[in-house]
Design a protein around this ligand. Structure first.
Ligand SMILES: [Zn+2]
Length: 213
């Protein structure tokens, strides 16, 4: 009888130990300054920028990318003046973007949206450097609505981030073939332009979905 009780107790201890190892925790939150706001029109977009401790991301790289995105989206009157930078510690299985585990991560952290997660890599197939999840492509994974996942391998980081944010704000996976357009499928230093129609859609949908104010 006693040995049974001991065995049960041991099992409970093992379960607790496993849970402790699996903990997803916010280590630190702080405000970072991005770009001065465009004068008119002005729609505030407040991002949460979350990065995983040990994934290789630095606050400097993230702030630099967010500032470049702010300059690009500023042409539509979208203002990114400050953002919240959140440092997260999580078990290694959360370090890559993969729908089931990333859903679990987002559900646990419950960070304010839109959220950009800076992760190590991706386990998704096809594998993209960066991915945006809006309302339209999150019905089976609601925790991931209004999030962007950026991997360490992402080229033209600030431009790629602006591109993914535009997908989220417009709630559209559409691409443009226009030369120099931000929404070209291939990101590049020369592709930073947005048309009036794209800006109008970004503002209207972003406001309607409560992502800007
Ligand atoms: Zn795209």
């Amino acid at each position: 009888m006693i040995s049974k009780i001991h065995a049960c107790f041991l099992l409970v201890l093992v379960a607790f130990a496993a849970q402790a190892q699996e903990a997803v925790t916010v280590l630190d939150r702080r405000e970072i300054a991005l770009e001065p706001a465009p004068i008119f029109p002005r729609y505030e977009l407040r991002l949460t920028l979350a990065y995983l401790e040990g994934s290789g991301w630095t606050p400097e790289a993230i702030a630099g990318a967010a500032k470049e995105s702010a300059r690009i989206l500023g042409q539509c009157g979208v203002a990114l003046t400050t953002a919240e930078l959140v440092r997260v510690v999580a078990p290694i299985r959360f370090h890559d973007f993969l729908t089931p585990v990333s859903r679990e991560l987002a559900a646990t952290l419950k960070l304010r949206k839109p959220t950009v997660y800076f992760v190590k890599g991706t386990g998704q197939r096809p594998a993209f450097d960066a991915e945006a999840i809006g309302r339209g492509n999150s019905r089976t994974r609601p925790e991931l609505a209004d999030t962007v996942w950026v991997t360490r391998g992402t080229r033209d980081l600030g431009i790629a981030l602006a591109h993914e944010l535009a997908h989220v704000l417009m709630d559209s996976g559409e691409h443009s073939a226009a030369p120099g357009n931000l929404m070209r499928e291939d990101t590049g230093p020369e592709n930073t332009g947005l048309t009036d129609a794209q800006c109008a859609r970004m503002r209207a949908t972003g406001l309607a979905n409560g992502l800007m104010y």
